[in-house]
Design a binder for this molecule. Sequence first.
Ligand SMILES: Nc1ncnc2c1ncn2[C@@H]1O[C@H](COP(=O)(O)OP(=O)(O)OP(=O)(O)O)[C@@H](O)[C@H]1O
Ligand SMILES: [Mg+2]
Length: 309
Amino acid sequence: MVMIWENLTVTIGADKKKKLLDGVTGFAQPGRIMAVMGPSGCGKTTLLTSLAGTHAANVAEAGNIQIKGKRRNLYSKEVSFVGQEELFLGTLTVKETLTYSANMRLPSKMTKQEIDKVVEDTIIEMGLEDCANSKIGNWHLRGISNGEKKRLSIGLEILTQPFVLLLDEPTSGLDSASAFYVIQALSNIALKGKIVICSIHQPGCETFNIFDDLLLLSSGETVYFGEANMALKFFADAGFPCPIKRNPSDHFLMSINLDFDFINEALARCHVLIRVSQETTILMSSVADLPCGRRSSATDPNDGPVLWY
Ligand SMILES: Nc1ncnc2c1ncn2[C@@H]1O[C@H](COP(=O)(O)OP(=O)(O)OP(=O)(O)O)[C@@H](O)[C@H]1O
Ligand SMILES: [Mg+2]
């Protein structure tokens, strides 16, 4: 009853040389919620769209994706994908939006009472009771909040009770309390025997603790795949213990983000530079002799690496 992705490779370009995902393998189980995390551009959206079968036309996908032991069928209603952008008709209310969608997507043999019941249950499940009759709003009509919009877009996808729910950053733009509420609602959906996988940027501690599983990506490759609460031990064993008072999810990103390493290195050099200049009171122009110091315009610009602080 699991979802498996095996050796998933996504490439771009005529020669298929640029790899957006490089041999990513993993699985997701019903009743559990998985976080996909990693630095910007590491391939989170690419992975989710590949699993959903909605990747862009200019990318090529290789690998094996199976749901319940069968190859994923692109036209089945088993998988739903909630993207980052919300597209709503701003003049409709929350309830009207859900009702229209339910009428379009639920089986035509369902009665009006049954469809209304599904809509009511969805409103309760996503905590949208207070704004059910409020207009969604648009650029000239003030409507529901961003958190409510996020929950509405999830509600639209769970109307059809998909077995796999994939979400791309359902908490982006939300404060930590609203983000916690959204992930808690997703965890409750998972507990009903569904697979929930979502990408997320920097969840707070409480929000991170809701996740059962964690997939950490870096440059399209898996850095960690397993239970979320074992990741701290994994990083500590690998020589990256999480400092006390640091949010674990921040620590994972800092440890795997190459850009961050570069910044750290640059900052370390910067400190050396300041210390040298304090101790010897040399002028900035003469610091040009240091490997990465700021150079005076008189020095040869082609002479070694330059860092501007
Ligand atoms: N259709 C595409 N055409 C060209 N490049 C693409 C395409 N899709 C993704 N990429 C590139 O692949 C890399 C991964 O993109 P992706 O959107 O999956 O990253 P991400 O982890 O979701 O980033 P973010 O956290 O910023 O949303 C990026 O460098 C992106 O520019
Ligand atoms: Mg993304």
